[in-house]
Design a binder for this molecule. Structure first.
Ligand SMILES: Nc1ncnc2c1ncn2[C@@H]1O[C@H](COP(=O)(O)OP(=O)(O)OP(=O)(O)O)[C@@H](O)[C@H]1O
Ligand SMILES: [Mg+2]
Length: 234
């Protein structure tokens, strides 16, 4: 479904991604684990068209999407939950969700997806008219997840779902993603919480200072000495 080949990226003069090649098959749940500053968010931004790689190709469903902007990529079925839940703070919960559906033309589909989000997170329904900046951190994360679901993404890119959430909500959110994956959604999750990410995913990559250094099934990565030492805190 997604094939990234030999991607480099810079911020100014400093190279933060070097020769990144990753592949996600249709229906797979893939994770990228890595330390702070390794370049995980930068990969996501490049995939979403928010940052431009200096080299490499991004093929999505057989089509080169490198020249598309973020809206066009959303239109093609790529959903994105950014790091730090960037919700539109001056808008209400419902307005945020409707903006998330900006690329969806079908009104019935929008309504159906809105109801589905409210079903998943009843808290959002209760607070549909509340300005999102006054929502708690966890509620804003629910909103960020829901906003991405408004386009019924075929591929969902998730940058740190666990950030700022209490453990119970982390589990709840990951279980939700697992459920959506079971229903057919392809998922790429980047996480600092390597344990949770490897438990949820089929396959994983390890990113170290801008380079992919390991790739394996998540179950084998979980048992890998180097991964345990560096990321699983043993
Ligand atoms: N807009 C920017 N301008 C300059 N440097 C940046 C910018 N964004 C990120 N960087 C640098 O690029 C490197 C990779 O950052 P990135 O945010 O991709 O890391 P990350 O793996 O997501 O880290 P974290 O786990 O802390 O979220 C870091 O050294 C960071 O300081
Ligand atoms: Mg990050």
């Amino acid at each position: 479904m997604l094939k990234v080949s030999n991607m480099d990226a810079y911020y100014g003069q400093s190279k933060v991604l070097e020769d990144i090649s990753i592949e996600i098959k249709d229906g797979e749940f893939v994770t990228i684990i890595g330390a702070n500053g390794a370049g995980k968010s930068t990969i996501m931004k490049c995939l979403m068209g928010i940052h431009n790689p200096s080299r490499g190709s991004i093929i999505y469903k057989g089509e080169d999407i490198a020249g598309m902007n973020a809206w066009e990529r959303a239109e093609h079925g790529i959903g994105y939950i950014p790091e730090g839940r960037r919700v539109f703070s001056k808008m209400t919960v419902e307005e945020n969700l409707l903006v998330g559906a900006y690329t969806v033309k079908d009104k019935i589909k929008i309504k159906r997806n809105l109801e589905r989000c409210y079903e998943i997170f009843p808290r959002l329904k209760e607070r549909r008219n509340q300005k999102s900046k006054t929502m708690s951190g966890g509620e804003q994360q629910m909103l960020a997840i829901s906003r991405a679901l408004m386009i019924e993404p075929e591929l969902l890119l998730i940058d740190e779902i666990s950030m700022g959430l209490m453990p119970l909500l982390v589990t709840h959110s990951i279980n939700l993603i697992k459920k959506l994956h079971k229903e057919g959604m392809t998922v790429l999750l980047v996480e600092q919480n390597a344990k949770k990410a490897l438990e949820a995913s089929d396959r994983g990559y390890v990113l170290e200072t801008g380079r992919i250094t390991m790739e394996d099934s998540s179950s084998l990565l979980k048992e890998n000495e180097a991964v345990i030492k560096a990321y699983l805190g043993a």
